[in-house]
Design a protein around this ligand. Structure first.
Ligand code: BG6
Length: 514
């Protein structure tokens, strides 16, 4: 494949909007009858079509083991899309969209299945005008990756013909530590080059995550304050009320650190902490993000217990409903040491963030679901209004990633009245009310970007590997047979173990209430 065909992204400028244009292609989904395909991928493609953004020639080929016809596949996907779609399914749109769905039954390791896939894709190119462009989506467990990639290569499907492109989207988990991530990268790169590879981190596709860069670099009032001179500390919380939801087979071996921190939370931290990129090119942005991960102070075995708290939910209640302990969930080892909660104190060792702690916490079965980043500014000096009190409340800028996407700024105001009473108030921006339209789901944006050749919101090889290099020493310390840092229980429906509060209390700080 020629480099130029891979990098053509057709940026269009509409007023102040820059966007890339998706190109007609065949999207081949490996694992077409799995959960991800039914809950997220097909509904996302349907919504793109309903919004009028899907080139009409785009064709979707489900590749999976079970035998079924195109018609059966369409029917099954229609049912799940009706259940999981962001917008209600409209028959007239679905009927057109369904004609673009095809099913290709084959074992993942069967070379003949890939040869016939190649023939089928050629036929689709001729009949539907997909122009030889192919997007392969690996929506399967990682132990299938190698076989699929090897077979795609052997069938010549990893290389595009002149003027067209071939790309691969790889789902998480991307390895379980640095060594396995490197092995996986080698396996991927044996078939696809880095500029053909799109590693999904669906948090990057969330509207408010993308808005962090706009907030920071399209406004002039925040960036001058965005550093250790004015910022006291930063908090990032990703809380879920859900438990392990039948995914124990995967989660038992992952835990909150591998499941959420290594990828989603570190990605958010990078967007908050990075320097301004030289331009909006995928690599310019990713170059800056990877510098942040490289600057994260590596934790030493001796200070892991001091800077990282791990917890696991015990029995408890959420919204008045009793929920079982993690250890009693289906397929969970009754003596499991898997963490469902983590709180960390991180340091970004560069000039901008010297001595500014980043507190990160994530957990399942917490009292509320919500993901947010809060930037806590230093207090006003102890003069004037501050003379009497020890301090006024800090100014806090909150970026709500979900739900109720938006941004708020807490500041001090005089309470109306004859006395001089100062109270914190909020300036609040809500996506819903300001723009009056629902944000697309992360997968919609990411699929469109992959069809457009825009890798900005996908994790690059070095980002993933550096993130594992940061996480590995913590996982190694936890895995020790003796002297491993403790795993604390906390009741489901509480904000994690008390030790997570102490992590901040020791520094004279407290977690923000969500
Ligand atoms: C996934 C994790 O990547 O992200 C899940 O594997 C987690 O454990 C999910 O529940 C959270 O994503 P979202 O978009 O629902 O916040």
């Amino acid at each position: 494949m020629s480099k130029s065909s891979e990098t053509q992204t057709n940026p269009l400028r509409e007023g102040l909007a820059t966007r890339t244009v998706p190109q007609a292609c065949s999207v081949v989904i490996f694992g077409a009858t799995g959960d991800l395909t039914m809950r997220k991928l097909i509904p996302a493609l349907y919504n793109i079509a309903a919004d009028g953004e899907l080139p009409p020639a785009v064709s979707v080929i489900g590749f999976a083991r079970r035998k079924k016809t195109d018609e059966e596949f369409r029917k099954e996907q229609e049912e799940s899309t009706r259940k999981f779609s962001r917008q209600a399914v409209r028959d007239e749109i679905w009927n057109g969209f369904a004609q673009a769905l095809f099913y290709h039954p084959s074992e993942f390791h069967d070379a003949a299945g890939y040869k016939s896939l190649a023939e089928r894709l050629d036929k689709i190119d001729r009949e539907r005008g997909t122009g030889g462009n192919r997007l392969f989506y690996l929506a399967v467990a990682p132990d299938q990756f190698e076989s699929i990639l090897k077979n795609l290569k052997e069938a010549g499907l990893n290389k595009a013909r002149e003027g067209s492109w071939a790309r691969v989207i790889v789902e998480k988990p991307f390895g379980t530590d640095l060594a396995t991530a490197r092995e996986l990268n080698a396996v991927v790169h044996n078939a696809f080059a880095e500029n053909q590879t799109y590693r999904i981190d669906h948090f990057l596709g969330k509207e408010t995550a993308q808005n962090i860069l706009v907030l920071r670099f399209a406004n002039s009032i925040f960036e001058p304050l965005w550093n250790s001179r004015y910022v006291d500390h930063v908090q990032i919380t990703a809380a879920e009320t859900l438990g392990v939801e039948g995914r124990a087979g995967y989660y038992e071996g992952a835990g909150a650190m591998r499941d959420m921190v290594q990828n989603h939370l570190l990605q958010l931290l990078c967007l908050v902490a990075m320097e301004a990129p030289t331009d909006l090119g995928a690599d310019s942005i990713r170059d800056e993000k990877v510098k942040v991960v490289k600057s994260l102070r590596r934790l030493q075995p001796d200070n892991i217990a001091e800077d990282v708290v791990r917890g696991q939910y015990a029995e408890g209640a959420i919204n008045g409903k009793n929920v079982p302990a993690y250890r009693t969930e289906k397929n969970v080892n009754p003596e499991s040491k898997t963490e469902t909660f983590v709180a960390l104190r991180l340091r970004v060792d560069n000039w901008r963030w010297a001595n500014v702690p980043f507190y990160v916490r994530v957990g399942k079965r917490l009292p509320k679901s919500g993901t947010e980043i809060s930037v806590h500014f230093k207090g006003a000096p102890l003069v004037l209004f501050n003379k009497e009190a020890t301090s006024l409340d800090q100014n806090v800028l909150v970026i709500r990633i979900q739900p109720d996407e938006g941004i708020s700024l807490r500041m001090q105001a005089k309470m109306p009245g004859t006395s001089f009473r100062i109270e914190p108030v909020k300036m609040d921006f809500h996506y819903g009310t300001s723009f009056g339209k629902a944000s697309p789901e992360a997968y919609e944006r990411l699929l469109l970007d992959a069809m457009s050749g825009d890798a900005t919101l996908f994790a690059r090889r070095d980002e993933v590997e550096e993130a594992w290099a940061f996480v590995d020493p913590i996982e190694n310390a936890w895995a020790q047979k003796e002297n491993a840092p403790p795993l604390y229980d906390h009741p489901a429906g509480s904000w994690g173990p008390e030790e997570a509060d102490e992590l901040l209390a020791r520094d004279g700080r407290a977690w923000r209430r969500l």
